[in-house]
Design a protein around this ligand. Structure first.
Ligand SMILES: [Fe+2]
Length: 287
């Protein structure tokens, strides 16, 4: 199944080729995704892989034992964590952990640092999780990571067009214009196109391709994905409103997409109010 047509664009493909030489997904993360996406794979396969990566094992245990997952008892082995949380959640922790590394580096623009983009990304992940919980969806953890990586395309642009990206962000901020339009003018594509192309190249699950590729224009995805893309859109809008780290004052809002999520104003307000505590917990474990 292909979600992308954007990635076929020659310009995007060229940029992605460049960026994969600079930013590589840690090999262990790629293997974890492969295992979890393979219907024949077992918990044992994942255990064997993670066991050999001490840093990753330690990180997984830190996350598992944090308030973010709120398990009743201390978990001391990765094997046990996989049993308790499932393959998919452990995969998500591994992916989220390797995402953090990509946001290292210098400033994003005069106004924002890469670290602030990471904070915004984490905020969007937390909002995705809260919104998914409010809607009683069953892929809450996947959506957390999907939100976390929604602006992957900005990381791509930063790697390839560092100086120009800084200028584009400053211009969008000062002139209160839409960032995506300015990106189109400057790079012939926006960060959604770069994001989905890299997520596809890295063989990320479809959900991650959707959040990176359509969080600004959720209804441009095919209809069966509107629920996910609209949720990512609303999460991004709320994260911008919280002004955690990187944010644009004038990101266009797609009211029709938000409406199709079927959340009442009160429910959205509840999510907004629940955010601060959840974000603080997420920040402690993800850093
Ligand atoms: Fe974005």
């Amino acid at each position: 199944m292909t979600i992308v047509s954007l990635a076929n664009d020659v310009k995007v493909a060229k940029v992605i080729q460049q960026v994969t030489q600079i930013a590589t997904l840690p090999e262990v993360t790629a293997k974890i995704i492969q295992i979890v996406e393979d219907p024949k794979a077992t918990a044992r396969d994942l255990q064997n892989l993670i066991k050999h990566d001490v840093a990753l094992s330690a990180k997984i245990l830190k996350v598992v034992n944090s308030a973010f997952y709120g398990l009743p008892r201390q978990v001391s082995s990765v094997d046990r964590a996989i049993v308790l949380l499932g393959l998919s959640t452990v995969k998500n922790i591994a992916v989220a952990t390797s995402m953090a590394k990509l946001f290292n580096g210098r400033e994003l623009s005069k106004r924002f640092t890469s670290r602030q983009l990471w904070q915004h990304s984490l905020a969007c992940g937390v909002f995705c999780k809260l919104l998914a919980q409010a809607r009683k969806m069953d892929n809450v953890d996947d959506l957390f990571v999907g939100g976390l990586m929604h602006d992957l395309g900005l990381v791509v642009e930063k790697q390839v067009f560092s100086k120009e990206l800084g200028e584009v962000i400053e211009k969008a901020w000062k002139e209160k214009t839409d960032l995506n339009t300015l990106e189109q003018e400057t790079f012939e594509a926006d960060h959604q196109a770069f994001g989905i192309a890299l997520a596809t190249k890295w063989k990320f699950p479809h959900l991650f391709q959707l959040t990176t590729g359509y969080h600004h224009q959720p209804l441009k995805a095919s209809e069966q994905y509107h629920e996910i893309t609209s949720l990512a859109h609303l999460a991004d809008v709320l994260a911008m409103r919280k002004k955690v780290g990187f944010h644009m004052e004038n990101t266009p809002i797609d009211a029709e997409a938000i409406k199709l999520l079927g959340l009442s104003d009160e429910q959205i307000q509840e999510v907004f109010d629940a955010f601060d505590e959840k974000y603080a917990a997420a920040e402690i474990v993800m850093n």
